[in-house]
Design a protein around this ligand. Structure first.
Ligand code: SF4
Length: 499
């Protein structure tokens, strides 16, 4: 058996004690227990790491390098063994709760059914490794992308490219825990804090995890992961499905803009609070109309781990600013272009003027930014007639097509949604758990639905961001108790998800 561990987390996070033991100690213990349980004929451990890793067992082989692409990782696995029957157990190193019992189950299933790839499903991310047979590695090498960085989905995206030709086995959780969206890893400060909070009382028995995670639901709200900022009040279009006219009489009229100093202040606070958060521009208003829009993007990217999401209609960009945006060469920039339809008449009905300009912006974004660009349509009774065509036409150019449901803003708008996709049982709001919103004057509404910003009295400028985040704790605690007060009662957005 070959154990391959891949680390992208900072050493300081891995050394932090979680209920008495560091992640390094916990992973070493997992390997020891796994070996004792499955008794392989032979066993070797290789760690590939992007940062220095002190305190590893001496017998482990350590390789240091840059983050790996899918192809790079498969090449690493291929170098571990040439034996077709060898099992390779692959896991991210920064997962302190890797579970020996679940790992043993995976290996037993892999052996019983002579699987080529075996994985666990329905559990929080971070409890299980993946298991690959030596005989599958050369086929996976032919599928793996040279361009795509290996992300938290592990080897599955590679397997998925030819899933019908591979013997894939799945170890399913008795209780589907995916709706908790937990990632039990220590690579980000938000998830490090989550692991710290869930470590006391964490069960050794894998079937105890669902109850453990559920009974400490209030601890899941750690730090903001998505900070949406309104940098300008003015819109470039009057969207037929937007509630913005309830906030401003004339959404096209010039209004307030956030200054560079104010924005820089917010970015600095976000970086200090949640260093891997996504900063989203612009909560309301068209970011293209802000003369410093690209400076704002650069300001976020100047922080080493923050990411930035620009959401735009693609209309109103001065040529030079647009070129500057497309020239940014950073994997931490994502652009979403809201188009809604490829039909010019329908577009005009839903969004107004600018069809040709928006289409050109979106096509150029896809060409220049590749996988960092997305096109989006809001699915509603307005867009439904041409939605299939929209999806098909854009999907020929890019896999990055987003269809989002219509939002009636807690009953402030007539519902235009097609069908009901809400969960059978309501759960605590993902937006409340993960998002923070800041208006152009620094006020912090409860969430994007809170059009009146009447639910909190906190201002984010001048050091208020952390306080604004904490102000959401009490509402989240209500949700954990199954109490939906105020605008939350009518809300149909609690199960939608940003990042
Ligand atoms: S349930 Fe709806 S209204 Fe309440 S916080 Fe979540 S998104 Fe906002």
């Amino acid at each position: 058996m070959e154990v391959c561990l891949y680390n992208v987390a900072p050493a300081a996070h891995l050394q932090r004690r979680l209920d008495g033991r560091s992640t390094i100690e916990r992973v070493a213990a997992w390997v020891g227990e796994l070996t004792a349980r499955v008794r392989p004929d032979d066993e070797a451990v290789t760690v590939y790491t992007t940062s220095d890793l002190p305190g590893l067992p001496e017998a482990w082989k350590v390789e240091r390098g840059d983050p790996l692409t899918q192809a790079g990782m498969i090449a690493l696995l291929a170098g571990l063994t040439s034996d077709a029957e060898t099992e390779i157990v692959f896991a991210f190193f920064d997962q302190p709760f890797l579970n020996a019992e679940l790992s043993e189950r995976l290996i037993a299933r892999h052996r019983r059914y002579r699987g080529e790839y075996t994985f666990a499903d329905g559990y929080p991310v971070g409890l299980a490794p993946e298991v690959v047979s030596g005989r599958a590695v050369s086929h996976l090498a032919s599928l793996a992308s040279e361009a795509e960085v290996l992300d938290r989905r592990g080897l599955f995206p590679v397997v998925q490219k030819d899933i019908n030709r591979l013997d894939v086995e799945t170890e399913l959780s008795a209780i589907d825990q995916r709706l908790m969206r937990l990632q039990l890893s220590v690579d980000t400060v938000a998830d490090l804090l989550l692991c710290e909070r869930l470590a006391p009382g964490a069960p050794a028995a894998i079937d105890g995890w669902a109850a453990h995670a559920e009974s400490h639901r209030e601890r899941h709200r750690t730090l903001p992961r998505f900070v949406s900022v309104q940098v300008i009040e003015q819109e470039v279009q009057r969207l037929a499905y937007s509630p913005y006219p309830q906030m401003r009489d004339d959404v096209l009229a010039p209004g307030r803009v956030m200054s560079c100093e104010q924005f820089e202040d917010l970015v600095g606070q976000t970086d200090a609070l949640s260093a891997e958060a996504v900063v989203h521009l612009s909560l309301w208003g068209e970011v293209a109309l802000h003369p410093r829009a690209v400076d704002f993007v650069r300001s976020v990217l100047a922080r080493p781990r923050l990411r930035v999401l620009v959401e735009t209609s693609g209309v109103g960009w001065p040529a030079a600013l647009r070129e500057e945006l497309f020239a940014i060469d950073s994997g931490r920039l994502t652009v979403i272009v809201g188009l809604d339809s490829n039909d010019p008449e329908l577009y005009a009905h839903v969004r107004g003027d600018g069809f040709a300009e928006a289409q050109d912006f979106a096509r150029t974004a896809v060409q220049r930014l590749g996988e960092r660009a997305w096109v989006q349509a809001v699915r509603s009774q307005l867009t439904e007639p041409a939605l299939d065509a929209f999806y098909r036409e854009w999907h020929e150019r890019t896999p990055n097509v987003i269809i989002v449901k219509h939002d009636h803003f807690c009953g402030r708008l007539s519902s235009l949604k097609i069908g009901d996709i809400s969960p059978l049982d309501r759960f605590p709001c993902w937006h409340l758990e993960r998002d923070l919103h800041v208006l152009v004057d620094g006020r912090v509404p409860l969430c994007r639905e809170d059009l009146d910003a009447a639910q909190t009295g906190v201002n984010a400028f001048a050091g208020g961001l952390s306080q604004a985040w904490e102000a959401g704790d009490s509402r989240f605690a209500e949700h954990v108790q199954g109490v939906w007060n105020g605008i939350c009662e009518q809300c149909d957005e609690y199960y939608t998800f940003n990042f």
